[in-house]
Design a protein around this ligand. Structure first.
Ligand SMILES: NC(=O)c1ccc[n+]([C@@H]2O[C@H](COP(=O)([O-])OP(=O)(O)OC[C@H]3O[C@@H](n4cnc5c(N)ncnc54)[C@H](O)[C@@H]3O)[C@@H](O)[C@H]2O)c1
Length: 362
C-alpha cells in the first residue's frame, strides 16, 4: 500500500484524497501552514497526522512513497524539488510552475531523482478524453491539422484579491490557471513543438464583483488584482499544425464552456462541457463527437460516455497511485510540462509586446 502525504488542505486537496484512496493508497498526513485547515481536513477524512511543514512530516514518516502538492502556484517549485531530492515521487497540481525557468529547475531535479513526477492535468483522465485519444492512437497515419482549445467564463474570477489574482503567487490569470484545455489539445496533437506564438489579452472586469465565480476562494478587498481576465492566442507548430486558444475568467459571452475541437486528415473530434449557471447544475451538458466520412457519406459519431462532474480530478489522482504501483501508464510526462510552460511564457510575452514570439529564438 503506497503511503502518501498531501501538502495543502484547500479546495483541490479534497479530490486528491478521494482519488488516492480509491486507488488503495494510505494518506498518512496532511500538511498545511494553516493548522486550523489541516485539522479540519484531517477530521473530515480521518487522517491521524497533521503538520505545518513538509520537512516535519518527512521526519516522522521515513517511508513515504509520494507527496501531492496542492498549494498556490508560487510554492509548487520548492516543494516539488525538495520532495524529489528526498527520494519521493510527486503528484503536483497544475500549473506545473510559475514559468518555464522554474519548470527547467523542476525537470532537472526530476531527472536526478529517478522518481515519478506527474502533474494534475486531470482533464486527460476523463473518459471522453481517453476515448478520443484511443481513436487517435488507433489510426497509425492520423495527423492533426488544427485544433481549437477554450475554457471561457462569463463570470468566473476565482476570488478577487485572493492568491489567484496576484501574479506573484499565481503566475497570471486564466492563461496559466485554465491551462487544462491547452494541455488537452496538445495531448490529442501528440505534443508537437511550438514554432510561432501570437497572443493578446485584456483585464476588463478584473476586480468587478459581478464577475466573480460561484466557487473559488474568498475575496480579499486588501488583496492584489494584477492579472489578465482573458487571453487569445494563435500557435503554429513545426509539423505544420496550428492551435487557437481562448481562456477567460470574465468575458461577455453566453455561458461558461470548456472544450477541445480538432481537425485531422481522417477524422475530427470534439469534446465540450457547457457549464450551467451555477457552475455545474442540471443545465450543464457534456458532449463528445467524431466527425468523419464513410462509404462516401459525411458521418458524425456521438460517443457515449459517463460525464464526470469532477472533470477527472479523482481519476487523475488515482492514476498517480496506479502509475507508482506499475499498474498504469502515467497520464502525463514532465517534458510535456516544459513545453506547456514555454507556451504560457510566450503567450504572456506576445500579449505584452504585441509581437509574435519565434520559439526557436528563445
Ligand atoms: N486541477 C484542478 O482542476 C484545480 C482546481 C483548483 C485548483 N487547482 C490548483 O491547486 C492548487 C491549490 O489550489 P486550491 O484551489 O486548492 O487553493 P486553496 O487556496 O483553496 O488552498 C491552498 C492551501 O495551501 C495552503 N498553503 C499555502 N502555502 C503553503 C505552503 N507553503 N505549505 C503548505 N501549505 C500551504 C493554504 O493554507 C491553503 O490551505 C493550485 O496550484 C491551483 O492552481 C487545480
Amino acid at each position: 500500500m503506497k503511503k502518501i502525504a498531501i501538502v495543502g488542505a484547500g479546495g483541490i486537496a479534497h479530490y486528491h484524497i478521494k482519488g488516492f484512496r480509491a486507488a488503495g493508497a494510505d494518506v498518512v498526513a496532511i500538511v498545511d501552514i494553516n493548522q486550523e485547515l489541516s485539522k479540519e481536513f484531517a477530521d473530515k477524512y480521518n487522517i491521524k497526522y497533521t503538520f505545518k511543514k513538509i520537512d516535519d512530516c518527512l521526519e516522522v514518516f521515513k517511508d513515504l512513497d509520494g507527496v501531492s502538492v496542492a498549494v498556490p502556484n508560487a510554492f509548487h517549485k520548492s516543494i516539488v524539488i525538495n520532495a524529489l531530492e528526498k527520494g519521493l515521487s510527486v503528484f503536483c497540481e497544475k500549473p506545473p510552475a510559475l514559468n518555464a525557468k522554474e519548470m527547467y529547475e523542476i525537470e532537472l531535479a526530476y531527472k536526478n531523482s529517478g522518481k515519478l513526477l506527474m502533474f494534475d492535468f486531470n482533464n486527460r483522465a476523463r473518459e471522453e478524453s481517453q476515448i478520443l485519444k484511443h481513436y487517435i492512437n488507433s489510426d497509425k497515419s492520423f495527423k492533426t491539422n488544427s485544433a481549437q482549445a477554450y475554457w471561457v467564463r462569463r463570470n468566473g474570477i476565482p476570488g478577487i484579491g485572493g492568491w489567484f489574482t496576484n501574479k506573484k503567487i499565481s503566475g497570471g490569470g486564466p492563461a496559466i490557471d485554465l491551462i487544462h484545455m491547452l494541455d488537452l489539445s496538445l495531448y490529442f496533437m501528440s505534443y508537437p513543438k511550438p514554432k510561432v506564438i501570437m497572443a493578446s489579452s485584456n483585464d476588463d472586469f478584473m476586480g468587478n464583483k459581478c464577475f466573480k465565480g460561484p466557487w473559488g476562494i474568498a475575496d480579499n478587498s486588501k488583496g492584489i488584482t494584477d492579472v489578465e481576465s482573458a487571453i487569445q492566442a494563435f500557435i503554429t507548430f513545426d509539423n505544420g499544425s496550428s492551435l487557437i486558444l481562448r481562456n477567460s475568467w470574465a468575458e461577455l459571452i453566453e455561458r461558461e464552456k470548456a472544450g477541445v475541437c480538432f481537425q485531422g486528415n481522417h477524422f475530427g473530434g470534439l469534446m465540450e462541457r457547457l457549464f450551467g449557471i451555477d457552475g455545474i447544475d442540471e443545465t450543464s451538458t457534456d458532449i463528445c463527437k467524431i466527425f468523419t466520412y464513410e462509404l462516401d457519406h459525411q458521418v458524425d459519431k456521438d460517443i457515449k460516455f459517463i460525464p464526470d462532474f469532477a472533470m477527472g480530478r479523482e481519476a487523475s489522482a488515482s492514476n498517480f497511485i496506479e502509475s507508482l504501483e506499475g499498474k498504469a501508464e502515467p497520464l502525463n510526462k514532465p517534458e510535456e510540462a516544459v513545453i506547456l510552460m514555454e507556451i504560457v511564457d510566450a503567450i504572456y510575452e506576445s500579449a505584452k509586446t504585441g509581437l509574435p514570439i519565434i520559439m526557436e529564438n528563445k
